[in-house]
Design a binder for this molecule. Structure first.
Ligand code: 5RP
Length: 230
């Protein structure tokens, strides 16, 4: 199976998990990215069981609307049973790097009100130590150069690069902010590093999801979908 097939496998497993674990009429949290998109597609046949969804991006909202799932503002809900999303990397404790698609801030916010974070990933996302994937950091625009310098100072040998779009323009998130991608840093104590990086003035969100990591991982492997609880 190729990576896309493994993603489709876990996306379907996550939809099955929703049926088994979210009471009928639930509003669920839905993430962003190619794996989350396949999860949205897998929700289509079971959408009548759901009251709706809270999405972590404009793109996710559009896809949910496209299959006829009502999208709610986060302000309309006090708690979500489940939040289902992909990851760029996940370590043995369930800590993740997220934000490859630039939706890290809304992902962290929506995940924070969910009882359970269900991470869906193909096996290539499993790592012993986070950091091979460049760490996304969303920043206030005027702070970008200062934050980039600070990041490189904190992780000697690392490189902080302002994210660009394919046509070379400065990337902006749904919140209108740039993203710095930090290459060459390693995060063995991801929760402590998340706290440390959150203290830098101008940082909106760091793409380490450790303090609120995954509760359940559905990982797509050649042998099928494996479950890991954290
Ligand atoms: C988007 C994310 C995604 O979950 C992450 O980038 C994984 O994406 P994909 O499922 O396309 O591999 O954090 O901000």
């Amino acid at each position: 199976m190729n990576q896309d097939q493994l993603k489709a496998l876990v996306a379907q497993a996550a939809a099955d998990y929703v049926v088994a674990n979210a009471p009928e009429g639930s509003i669920i949290g839905v993430g962003t990215g190619s794996t989350a998109n396949l999860f949205i597609d897998a929700l289509a046949p079971i959408k009548s069981r759901l009251r709706g969804a809270v999405s972590s991006s404009e793109a996710g909202s559009a896809r949910l609307c496209g299959i006829g799932v009502e999208v709610f503002d986060l302000g309309a809900v006090t708690e979500l049973q489940l939040y289902v999303d992909g990851a760029d990397e996940i370590d043995p404790k369930g800590a993740m790097i997220k934000g490859g698609g630039g939706a890290l801030t809304r992902e962290k916010i929506v995940a924070s009100v969910a009882k359970e974070f269900v991470c869906i990933a193909d096996v290539s996302k499993l790592v012993a130590v986070l950091g091979s994937f460049a760490l996304p950091v969303e920043v206030i625009p005027m702070a970008a150069p200062a934050v980039a310098r600070k990041l490189e100072a904190l992780y000697p040998g690392s490189q902080a690069r302002l994210r660009k779009t394919k046509d070379g323009a400065e990337f902006r998130t749904d919140n209108g902010c740039p993203v710095i991608d930090l290459h060459g840093a390693r995060f063995s104590d991801a929760a402590a590093e998340e706290t440390r990086l959150n203290q830098i003035p101008g940082v909106v969100t760091v793409g380490l999801f450790a303090q609120r990591g995954a509760n359940l991982l559905l990982v797509g492997t050649e042998k099928g979908v494996e479950q890991r609880r954290y």
